[in-house]
Design a protein around this ligand. Structure first.
Ligand SMILES: [Cu+2]
Length: 333
């Protein structure tokens, strides 16, 4: 579909567009720029994997004794002043970087630093620590930032196809041998071999498994990840890959409208059910349109469909444990 055709479809929906309440990201249009302040504590700890292994992580956390992987989702508007205070509780040196936007410089062990920047072009960004190449990002120091167009609540960029609600899907993959080496201050020397795969920091759980259907632990129902909508609730998904492994993102039910690839606006909006996502900070923005699935008869207006990744190992944990990987569900309500 050409963008021109698409915009016609999109503009019909504007009158009824509302800011969604089911997605985690809620956003109201604002006439004036604001100052957004946030404090991140650089912390570490272990997280228990589905096979029982405790793996070391570092994160940008919302409290000094917490460990958030990924860090909290930031949502700002073009022109906003964003002020981030970093409190490094560790004895290693870290930083806070948004490529092309801000670089805190080194924050030594036990030090704090406040960085300030003006949010520029609308779009989806990853914040991360690039102090030690990719290693701190892989250890968990990453998160997503959405910059909304000035004065807009239903566009990805000015003039984009519109949506009524938005989510982040931040994927990650974990090689425990690398995490262990980095914990001990050494450089990983083994070939990278991811054993665990997460969506917004959580693993899926198959039916009947401990934690299944618990929104605190199960990526299938985590309100940050599972899409909920009625027919017509066009949903923006900001997809980021903090891991190292390239992935293939597949939605069932509807195709995705593919708006951007690695921060670049696509010249035409294609509808795709499967999209390639680069490893090492690949990024996609898509709209899941919540249309009645075109081949269904009688028309299916309710039901649940999976989103999964098409590399088989990403659906597993610990070299087995099927369905303990990076997947979630899409609920037509
Ligand atoms: Cu599939």
């Amino acid at each position: 579909m050409k963008r021109r055709d698409f915009l016609k479809v999109g503009s019909a929906g504007i009158a009824s567009a509302l800011v969604g309440t089911t997605g985690l990201i809620s956003w109201s249009r604002r006439a004036h720029a604001a100052t957004i302040s946030k404090t991140f504590y650089i912390t570490d700890g272990t997280i228990t994997m589905p096979d029982g292994a405790d793996v070391y992580f570092r994160g940008y956390s919302s409290s000094a004794n917490g460990l958030d992987v990924p860090g909290e989702q930031l949502v700002v508007q073009e022109g906003d002043t964003v002020r981030i205070t970093l409190v490094n509780t560790l004895n290693t040196t870290h930083n806070f970087v948004i490529d092309g936007v801000v670089d805190s410089g080194a924050i030594g062990g036990g030090q704090s630093k406040t960085v300030e920047f003006v949010a520029g072009n609308a779009g989806t960004y990853m914040y991360h620590d690039d102090r030690n190449g990719e290693y701190n990002r892989l250890l968990g120091m990453h998160g997503g930032m959405a910059v909304m167009p000035a004065g807009s609540s239903d566009e990805l960029y000015s003039g984009s196809p519109t949506f009524v609600q938005q989510y982040f899907w931040i994927f990650h993959d974990i090689d425990p041998d690398w995490h262990n080496a980095l914990r001990n201050g050494s450089t990983p020397s083994s070939q990278y071999e991811p054993m665990y795969f997460t969506l917004n920091g959580l693993f899926a759980r198959p039916p009947g498994a401990p934690g299944a259907m618990d929104p605190e632990v199960d990526a299938m129902v985590d309100p940050r990840s599972a899409l909920h909508g009625h027919v017509g609730d066009r949903t923006l998904v900001r997809i980021l890959n903090a891991g190292k492994a390239a992935q293939s993102v597949h939605t069932h039910g509807n195709h995705m409208e593919w708006l951007t690839e690695n921060g670049q606006i696509r010249p035409d909006v294609w509808k795709k059910d499967c999209l390639y996502l680069d490893g090492n900070m690949g990024a996609l923005d898509v709209i899941y349109p919540f249309e009645v699935p075109p081949d269904s008869w009688p028309p299916a207006t309710k039901g649940a469909y999976p989103m999964h990744l098409h590399s088989e190992m990403s659906q597993t944990a610990g070299g087995g444990l099927y369905m303990f990987g990076a997947l979630t569900d899409i609920y037509f309500e």
